[in-house]
Design a protein around this ligand. Structure first.
Ligand code: ADE
Length: 420
């Protein structure tokens, strides 16, 4: 097996950082302790395509402890922490195929390496492994179909539901993103904080007093809008969905079309999952010095090819900040190549929130192994019992007790005669 992760000297720093994350992921720790005893993934080959961060490292260690033979590749070319990858390889014996800044060819060759390990269970963040298998399976007899896969993110689940709708899904999927303990916390609090973190680390820009535009009002984008407001920004939300737009209005945000919002904006962040949300007609309307960032899964939300054509000059103003000069001499700054700003310019979501998401991932992998013979070619929810148990464990780890219904209250709630 050939690794790109050759730099052993990085592993020392990576190990310390992994240990830092491990300490802040108590639910995963409890699961890891149980897995170490019960070995629910004994003999299972598992292939993961995730952001190669310290938090994903904690997940890989949990799966290994469960008895799985694990290999990991990146789910984005800019999100790999090379020191984390080095430590996983040299200190923990996990096979990692990922390098920060890898080009597209290398990115897909790494996905191929994971697929060629013939995983029975795969874990995706964005559905690239699943898409790779679906595209190449018919022509390449070396590709073995997994029993089932999990999917971490909204964009991935959307792609997989499209496959399911078209009747082309080749094996079952567990949509981890759709668990309450995933999207309500990771997407909202994780993306909210880490997106601001990425923007601030890349630019050191004062957020207070800025006009801050957020495209979308889904779980991720509402998290960003809330955090930006919390830091004193004047936040504008753009939406295409009337329910969500109305919610944004009633949450106290200004709502308007992007063509209007771009004019006063100091910062514009996309998190919609769709293409060309900030597009060619918008660039000329922007203020000098505007910052553009994307927090959606793919780097398609800002129409960068159009900006490349429109600009008369381009230079790196700061690491991870590309400054484009337009004919009108105004400058537009794009952060992290328009890729996930929270991972390209910072470290992704904090461990405390990934604790929930990766508890769901670990328990979903166990669920797949237990139920592989009865799962159909469908996109499944994380079972409610698993989802709820993760919330219970997190509260317990946080030392927070809650009330339980009395017998009288239970009876009252279950009766149609409730009232006076
Ligand atoms: N997605 C967002 N933040 C992440 C993190 N810290 N680790 C893995 N995946 C992530």
């Amino acid at each position: 097996m050939k690794y790109d992760v050759k730099n052993k000297s990085l592993s020392k720093a990576g190990k310390k950082r992994i240990e830092w994350a491990l300490k802040r992921m108590p639910v995963l720790e409890l699961i890891r302790a149980r897995f170490a005893k019960e070995k629910p993934l004994k003999g299972v080959t598992l292939g993961a395509c995730l952001h190669v961060t310290t938090e994903s490292a904690a997940l890989m260690l949990t799966l290994k402890e469960a008895g799985a033979d694990v290999s990991l590749c990146a789910s984005n070319p800019l999100s790999t922490q090379d020191d984390t990858a080095a430590s996983l390889v040299w200190d923990y014996g996990i096979k990692v195929f990922a390098k920060h800044g890898e080009d597209s060819k290398t990115y897909y060759s790494h996905i191929r390496q994971v697929v060629m390990a013939h995983p029975q269970v795969t874990m995706d963040d964005g559905a690239d492994v699943i898409a790779f298998i679906h595209k190449n399976h018919a022509a390449d007899k070396n590709i073995v179909l997994p029993w089932a896969s999990t999917e971490e993110t909204t964009t991935g689940v959307i792609r997989l539901k499209a496959l399911e709708r078209e009747g082309k899904l080749l094996y079952p999927i567990v949509a981890v993103n759709d668990a309450h303990t995933k999207h309500l916390f990771d997407n909202r609090y994780g993306t909210g904080q880490s997106t601001l973190d990425g923007i601030i680390r890349a630019t050191n820009r004062l957020i207070a007093g800025t006009t801050f535009v957020v495209a979308g009002y889904g779980w991720c984008s509402r998290g960003i809008a809330q955090k930006a407001r919390g830091m004193g920004a004047n936040v504008i939300v753009t939406e295409v969905d009337a329910f969500k737009a109305l919610e944004a209005v009633m949450d106290g945000f200004r709502v308007m079309p992007m063509s209007e919002a771009v004019k006063p904006a100091d910062v514009i962040v996309t998190a919609t999952g769709d293409i060309n949300v900030v597009a060619k007609p918008h660039f000329a309307l922007m203020k000098d010095g505007v910052l553009l960032a994307n927090s959606g899964h793919f780097n398609v939300e800002i129409e960068l090819p159009a900006l490349e054509k429109l600009c008369v000059a381009k230079r790196e103003a700061k690491p991870m900040v590309m400054e484009y000069t337009l004919k009108n001499r105004k400058k537009i700054n794009v952060l992290g190549e328009g890729r996930l700003v929270n991972l390209a310019c910072a470290e992704g979501h904090p461990a405390e929130v990934m604790d929930l998401s990766f508890a769901d991932q670990s328990l979903s992998a166990e669920y797949i192994v237990k139920h592989k013979d009865v799962l159909a070619k469908k996109v499944y929810k994380v079972p409610d019992e698993i989802d709820y148990s993760v919330a219970v464990l997190k509260l317990k780890a946080m030392g927070i007790a809650i009330d339980t219904l009395t017998a009288e209250q239970k009876k009252y709630l279950s009766s149609w005669e409730a009232g006076t």
